[in-house]
Design a protein around this ligand. Structure first.
Ligand SMILES: Nc1nc2c(c(=O)[nH]1)N[C@H]1C(S)=C(S)[C@@H](COP(=O)(O)O)O[C@H]1N2
Ligand SMILES: [Mo]
Length: 263
């Protein structure tokens, strides 16, 4: 009799212990989940950026362009206050005036031959910022904070980069041109990009450095920022844009560098 009681007590105790362990595990899981859910809002000073990128991935048709590969981003507090400037090809024209600047886009699919867009037009589109490690093919790198308009948002707004269709409603991947060409206003520096990299969510038409107007030596009034490529592709002072199916001329490719300059 005595023995039976003891055994029963033991069983109860065991049941209680395993229940407690189970409850503990459950609480940990709930805790981890709520922590995870909070993550995007306290992302070291760049919460809106994180949300924008997540939002973008939801919006774009993933079967067309997969954007799983994002360049690493950093808190803006880590960005260089006076980033190094490198290369001034296409920036030395003494007659160039920022105030008279227009971005010229050559159109292939309309009666109109060029579209001219002002900086004010570009600034009306949603702003995106990116803080990333800018890498020059010559071996240096630096954390920089640039802001502007996603090239994808820009192309979609003006319905550019497609042969016939619309960029907006369920774009047909085959309708996009294979390449985009960007050149300085004087044509001295020029870059060719594959369309997939051009449409990457971190690729921006940039008019701000550290929250202020882009300085001349970094390509005022508008430059390209493309974190998935080496510095050479980040053309400063964009003057002209054009689309093609064959690789456009590329300044540094002509001087022996690999065309893609991908990271
Ligand atoms: N117009 C123009 N853009 C250019 C260059 C150039 O010589 N002219 N050099 C490229 C190279 S090699 C690098 S590393 C980056 C440097 O950008 P930064 O001067 O803003 O740091 O600009 C790129 N874009
Ligand atoms: Mo570079």
């Amino acid at each position: 009799m005595e023995n039976e009681k003891l055994i029963e007590q033991k069983i109860r105790r065991r049941q209680f212990l395993s229940f407690a362990a189970f409850a503990g595990l459950g609480a940990t899981a709930v805790g981890a989940w709520s922590l995870f859910r909070k993550l995007p809002t306290d992302d070291n000073g760049l919460p809106s950026l994180t949300r924008r990128i997540f939002g973008f991935n939801e919006n774009i048709n993933n079967s067309i362009f997969s954007h799983e590969h994002l360049a690493a981003t950093y808190p803006v507090t880590m960005a260089s206050q006076k980033p190094r400037s490198n290369g001034d090809v296409g920036l030395t024209d003494e007659d160039f005036e920022v105030d008279n600047w227009h971005l010229k886009i050559k159109l292939h699919n309309s009666d109109q031959t060029t579209l001219e867009v002002t900086l004010e037009d570009i600034k009306k589109l949603p702003k995106t910022e990116v803080c990333f490690d800018f890498k020059c093919i010559e071996g240096w790198d630096e954390i920089v904070h640039y802001g502007g308009v996603r090239l994808f948002d820009f192309l979609q707004h003006y319905n550019l980069g497609v042969r016939q269709g619309k960029t907006k409603d369920s774009p047909d991947p085959k309708d996009w041109y294979n390449y985009i060409s960007l050149t300085t206003p004087d044509g001295a520096y020029y870059v060719g990009l594959d369309m997939k990299s051009a449409l990457h969510p971190q690729t921006i038409l940039c008019y701000e450095l550290n929250g202020k107007a882009l300085p001349d030596e970094h390509g005022a009034p508008l430059r390209l920022i493309i974190p998935v490529k080496y510095g050479v592709k980040n053309l400063k002072r964009i003057g002209n844009i054009e689309f093609s199916d064959t690789p456009p001329n590329d300044y540094w490719h002509e001087r022996g560098y690999i065309y893609d300059a991908a990271l």
